[in-house]
Design a binder for this molecule. Sequence first.
Ligand code: UT7
Length: 331
Amino acid sequence: MNKITAAITGVGKYLPDYVLNNKELEALVDTNDEWITTRTGIKERRILKEPNAGTSYMAIRAAQDVLAKTNTDPKDIDLIIMSTATPDMPVASTGVYVASQIGATNAFAFDLQAACSSFLFGMSSAASYIESGRYKKVLLIGADKMSSIISYKDRATCIIFGDGAGAVLFEPNNEGLGYQDAILKSDGIGREFLKIEAGGSILPANEETVANGQHFVFQDGKTVFKYAVSGMADVSEQLLKKNNLTNEDVNWLVPHQANKRIIDATAQRINLAEEKVMINIEKYGNTTSATLPLLLNDYEKQLKKGDNLVFAAFGGGFTWGAIYLKWAYNS
Ligand code: UT7
């Protein structure tokens, strides 16, 4: 009997309407369009302005989009993995709420948090459930409302991040398409360089932490940049070697969108031509858990059945890795 593989059979997305461009940021912090464009590649990002709406608001819409596109009855979903670094609330689980809201009454759901690698790690988890043979439809959602944890007085972070959501459906495949292999890594050395200090169990929020802005993201960008470049490039190179793939065999690099210079360095390391590198950072910035599925949405029409995709991501923690996946459909 053929081994069951886990294929992506559809993609969906949701992006808030509000566009925050570099010009508007110039009015908030000491920065300029030229610096942001040349140092990061970002021109604009989306911001969720809907009152009382959190990450689930976007996740529900991205999930509904993929269900509609694949003509899937939500009652047939077995599992929802909600990849996010910005859950609606610390407790209760955002994925569980999303499942109820979209009518996935037969699914169980949980949240998965690995900072900017949340979706990448989620892909590995989703694939394992399918490969076990016990789950037929796994919905993986990557969504983050980064604007809820960013200080718009901190130019080191507010220029980078944006809000958005993407979702993919994983299903069994008997042609050997879908998820092939992964190299996933983590290292606690990263904890000091990219974090939110307050609001967790070490330093619960109090008046002082709020006054100090410790509930916002702190990033030592230079250090994270250095680790991200070597981390993403190393695992991508190793994954190709491990699977006997040359740059000719790879159709697409699907890289986390944190900084255009990190993406370029990863592509260069595996000698990949620019036209094989998915990129949309100029439109959305770094949407954390949503970058990879948003790329799949933007490039879906160009993808062909059998294409070899290499996903790569790097995030807080540190967490990072690369995944090799064969695309399973023509759209
Ligand atoms: O997705 C999760 C993982 N996160 C990442 O991968 C992000 C990794 N880090 C980065 O992408 C980059 O480090 C940043 C985009 C955050 C910063 O770029 P950089 O090239 O590392 O800038 P820098 O911090 O080294 O600063 C260079 C110069 C400094 O001026 P001096 O000291 O050379 O005079 C900064 O003060 O640029 C200045 N600067 C800015 N200028 C205008 C720093 N931020 C800004 C800004 N606007 N927003």
